[in-house]
Design a protein around this ligand. Structure first.
Ligand code: NAI
Length: 434
């Protein structure tokens, strides 16, 4: 165990600004604030030492302070080298919560930061809960600190890619803890991944490039939840949007939603803007880069930077790279200039401010409920991946209705019986797809 470092952020003087923005965010995060009112007084997370590894943004600050208000001790790192909002990190550090995160860190610093979150306080108490986004913290504990596993009650995972890793581990017999898949709460993936990206993708491209989007041809690779929101974001800005897919169902959905579905080889020649949203690897590779038009903008909104073959690009054309501003680089390939955003890392957090608070309140209410469930029910869960019960999913949605002025009808007994549910929910079967 390393010596105690109380926090490490870019500039603690940014704390006041961060605090003001946290206050504004709280007003847009009714789910988290309701959970504070419901559970704040009884402190059901008392004794929990939660290590979190999730984009250190203003919205995440509201999550962290919710967990703290419910009684937990919390340490934090960011799950991406570019996603920290330095004023948010400063405000959390100033509030006395150990946070290790700044925008624009190296890979080595990234690992150092995660490592700092494993042990709490001067007396170096080990973590007993994991809250992860993408699985890097989980992997560090499982692979490098296996002696800590027996003291940990469980983990909750935020994103599609991290959840994928957990199911792989379950299949291989290397999942050593009960895990809650937060991503597949309906009020997470069908909201954050979709409506979040609908707002934050175009925001990122605009902040990075100031490009006129109307009239441009854009391609979105992958028409899952993130792809659906991303395609709509670009269409809303006036782009003509192409979609690539490997799944016939999602390809057909894209076609029925009015997008042209093409191969990446075709899109490579036609598009001005490239966005990868697959959670898969090598979506844009050398042969696509070579076909691109001059001044094409290339970015990724999936979790990892391997959707775009950055390794190939940097090995072969790294010498031509010039920085226009932080997180905006230009490469020259066969006489054409190609603009790459956020070094191929998730663009909405690298070049903009991530998703807005309101939609993150849905995601983080699920995170909070997952932590409560795992912490308060030791022995209830095996070393498997679970999703939260539908009733809690519906509760999260319900907590967000008033804020958008939505009013619910209620059923009478006859109606409820007619469709085979109870008046209080759950209102749908487990296999309903929304
Ligand atoms: P998803 O599984 O719903 O969608 C991915 C889609 O990509 C699928 O429809 C799949 O068929 C398609 N696909 C896979 N390989 C492909 C290929 N070679 N070419 C074309 N399409 C291909 O996953 P979801 O939830 O949309 O997440 C995508 C990624 O975005 C994940 O890495 C996830 O962790 C990340 N994510 C990022 C967010 C952000 O704010 N930047 C928010 C939420 C998720």
């Amino acid at each position: 165990t390393s010596a105690y470092v109380p926090y490490k952020v870019k500039d603690i003087a940014l704390a006041d600004w961060g605090r003001k923005e946290i206050r504004l965010a709280e007003a847009e995060m009714p789910g988290l604030m309701a959970l504070r009112r419901e559970f704040g007084p009884s402190k059901p997370l008392q004794g929990a030492r939660i290590a979190g590894c999730l984009h250190m943004t203003i919205q995440t600050a509201v999550l962290i302070e919710t967990l703290a208000e419910l009684g937990a001790d919390v340490t934090w790192s960011s799950c991406n080298i570019f996603s920290t909002q330095d004023h948010a990190a400063a405000a959390i550090a100033a509030a006395g919560i150990p946070v290790y995160a700044w925008k624009g860190m190296t890979e080595e610093e990234f690992n150092w930061c995660i490592e700092q979150t494993l042990f709490f306080g001067e007396d170096r108490q080990p973590l007993n809960m994991i809250l992860d986004d993408g699985g890097d913290l989980t992997n560090m504990v499982f692979d490098n600190y296996p002696e800590l596993i027996s003291g940990i009650k469980g983990l909750s995972e935020e994103t599609t890619t991290g959840v994928h890793r957990l199911y792989e581990r379950m299949k291989n017999g290397t999942l050593h803890l009960p895990a809650i898949n937060v991503n597949d709460s309906v009020t997470k993936s069908k909201f954050d991944n979709k409506y979040g990206c609908r707002e934050s993708l175009v925001d990122a491209i605009r902040r990075a490039t100031d490009l006129m989007l109307a009239g441009k041809v854009a391609v979105v690779a992958g028409y899952g939840d993130v792809g659906k929101g991303s395609a709509e974001s670009l269409r809303g800005a006036g782009c003509r949007v192409l979609v690539t897919e490997i799944d016939p169902i999602c390809a057909l959905q894209a076609a029925m939603d009015g997008y042209e579905v093409v191969t990446m080889d075709e899109a490579a020649e036609r598009a001005n803007i490239f966005v990868t949203a697959t959670g898969n690897v090598r979506i844009i590779t050398d042969r696509h880069f070579r076909k691109m038009r001059d001044k094409a903008v290339v970015c990724n909104i999936g979790h990892f930077d391997n959707e775009i073959d950055m390794a190939w690009l940097n090995t072969n054309y790294g010498h031509s790279k010039s920085s226009i501003k932080p997180q905006v680089d230009m490469y020259e390939i066969d006489g054409k200039e190609i603009i790459v955003l956020a070094e191929g890392r998730l663009v909405n957090l690298g070049c903009a401010m991530g998703h807005p608070s309101f939609v993150m309140s849905c995601s983080f209410s699920n995170q909070t409920l997952a932590q409560l469930e795992l912490w308060n029910n030791p022995g209830k869960y095996e070393n498997k991946v679970y999703v939260l019960p539908k009733q809690l999913d519906e509760k999260v949605a319900a907590l967000h209705l008033a804020h958008v002025g939505a009013k619910l009808d209620t059923m009478d007994e006859e109606q409820a019986a007619y469709i085979g549910v109870t008046k209080e929910g759950p209102f749908k079967s487990e296999w309903y797809r929304y």
